[in-house]
Design a protein around this ligand. Structure first.
Ligand code: Q9C
Ligand code: ZN
Length: 342
């Protein structure tokens, strides 16, 4: 399987993260992509290729230009106001009461961020843009005939919506890829999100549409992030009614709970008959993940890949979360090996 990867992910590196009320070393860090790339090499998964550059046009097919403009200029505005430390919102969700974008950097952070744990650093915009290029290059490779491609994106994307960011995500790489597949001529696309956290950004981007099915298996939003979306009764609206499938599972769920949910998601996707499948590949479902509470063992990841392969649809794997740094690479690559029948 082809892997698309760029070193530019390193440009996004936070100094600290607010975890359980304490400033701690971030779990979403450059070493994540390094260890996954190492696992790709040791498993001899196949060629590793640099992305092409696509510019902002395909990003603007999914994201509001105000968010894109903000992400581009946030760091320089922040440094001018407060100096060169991570840009973090002081308050959040300003738009709940006031729909207008404020002028100052603190106002804009409050307007666009959903939570305070996703710092913007000097290179965040360049890294996020590069991750979108990694995803878009994967779509191009599938269009050229590949059966499966791994877009080793970092930073991740599935918590970023049309006009907000958070959950370690700035641009929604999977949604940008799905929209680009449609723009290149696909009639129907499916997004399968297996990250531990609900892909609220992807859901909200496609919620009113019937050309993209979104199916997600994740921690129950009554218990875990993002808390405000991911409930089973969110089934889509308008044209999109019936095209959104949430399969929330309780804390402590293991393969006995996960496997039937995965089969249900795959059955829904099969019924959609997509021309392309995008997998939001998070492996924070792992039993020793430091921020998550599912109980999947390492031996389950090849089975996830094998089940996805049963759809027989050109498939783009887009890297999302996974924070157990010692096993992250092995678990992610094992999904890909399972898909390949390796
Ligand atoms: N600041 C992904 O797995 N929790 N994102 C924030 C620490 C949010 C996870 C608490 C977890 C987001 C892509
Ligand atoms: Zn996650």
């Amino acid at each position: 399987m082809l892997t698309v990867y760029s070193d530019r992910h390193r440009l996004h590196s936070a100094a600290a993260d607010l975890i359980n009320g304490r400033m701690e070393p971030p779990v979403e860090k450059p070493a994540r992509a390094d260890t996954i790339l190492n696992a790709v090499h040791s498993a001899q998964l196949g060629e590793v290729r640099e992305p092409a550059t696509f510019g902002v046009a395909p990003i603007l097919r999914v994201h509001d230009e105000r968010l894109v403009h903000f992400l581009e200029h946030a760091w320089s505005m922040w440094v001018e106001a407060h100096g060169p430390w991570d840009a973090v919102p002081r308050t959040c969700c300003a738009r709940g009461m006031q729909a207008r974008e404020p002028e100052t950097i603190d106002g804009k952070l409050a307007f666009f961020a959903t939570e305070p744990g996703t710092p913007i650093t000097a290179g965040t915009w360049d890294a996020a843009r590069s991750a979108a290029d990694v995803a878009l290059s994967g779509v191009a490779a599938l269009d050229a005939g590949a059966r499966g491609v791994f877009s080793l994106c970092r930073p991740p994307g599935h918590h970023a919506a049309r006009d907000y960011y958070g959950g370690y995500c700035f641009l929604n790489n999977a949604a940008i890829a799905a929209q680009n597949a449609l723009d290149r001529g696909a009639s129907r696309v499916a997004v399968l999100d297996v990250d531990y956290h609900h892909g609220n950004g992807t859901q909200s981007i496609f919620y009113e549409r019937s050309d993209v099915v979104f199916a997600s298996i994740h921690a129950d939003p009554r218990q875990d992030y993002p808390f405000f979306l991911g409930y089973a009764d969110e089934t889509g609206s308008g044209e999109g009614e019936g095209y959104n499938l949430n399969l929330p599972l309780r804390w402590g769920s293991g393969w006995d709970q996960y496997e039937p949910a995965l089969n249900a998601a795959i059955a829904r996707i099969r019924r959609h008959a997509p021309d392309m499948l995008i997998v939001s590949l998070g492996v924070d479902t792992f039993e020793r993940d430091p921020i998550s509470r599912f109980k999947l063992g390492a031996e389950q990841y090849p089975k996830i890949g094998h089940a996805i392969a049963s759809l027989r649809v050109p498939t783009l794997f887009v890297m999302e979360g996974g924070y157990a740094i010692d096993e992250l690479g092995m678990n992610a690559v094992n999904v890909l090996r399972g898909f390949e029948g390796m």
